[in-house]
Design a protein. Sequence first.
Length: 211
Amino acid sequence: MTLRIGVTQRVEVISRYNERRDCLDQRWGDLLEAAGMYCIPLANRPNAASDYLDVLRLDGVILSGGNNLGVLGEVDGVADERDSFEHEVLMWAEKNKISVLGVCRGLQIINNFCGGSLVPVDGHVSSRHSIIQKIEYSEWPTLHEVNSYHNYAIEAGGLAPSLIPLAFAEDATVEAFRHKNLSWYGIMWHPEREKTFHVDDVNYIKKVFNK
């Protein structure tokens, strides 16, 4: 059976058309196809989230990148409707025992949902760096260098109590985690932005969704 994976979308404001658009990198479809899954883009609909998600019969959800979180205050790129929708998605996923993978912003909003916090960081935009794996979590893939596109990160003390760190950046900010009790995972890098998809990223997505 081919799994149906819902992928949340960033919000772009097109002022000349007076539109707020939901947008998704087409590479997400390619990446999930490489993992043997269907990509189902999710509209940001916080007022009808539970019924909407029930109808789609999803096997898992990816919270994708883009947009800063509203809890950060006066920053660019905030989309309140997306924050609200993704919080509803996490409530729905918890209730229905659905696996979730948070990517970059997606990792951040899982941490926020679970009670964690973020701090501004330098040197993490349009760069590459090594990650330091926590050896005791042997399920982690062999990937050692990742891309980086974020201005905010999680310090060790800002990780929510219900989350377990799996990897750190060289500056000791959290690069990956899993939930203690739920099938929820987070990574700070963007597997969909690699020119050639990394086999470890593809295999890890399969692991998250039990493919």
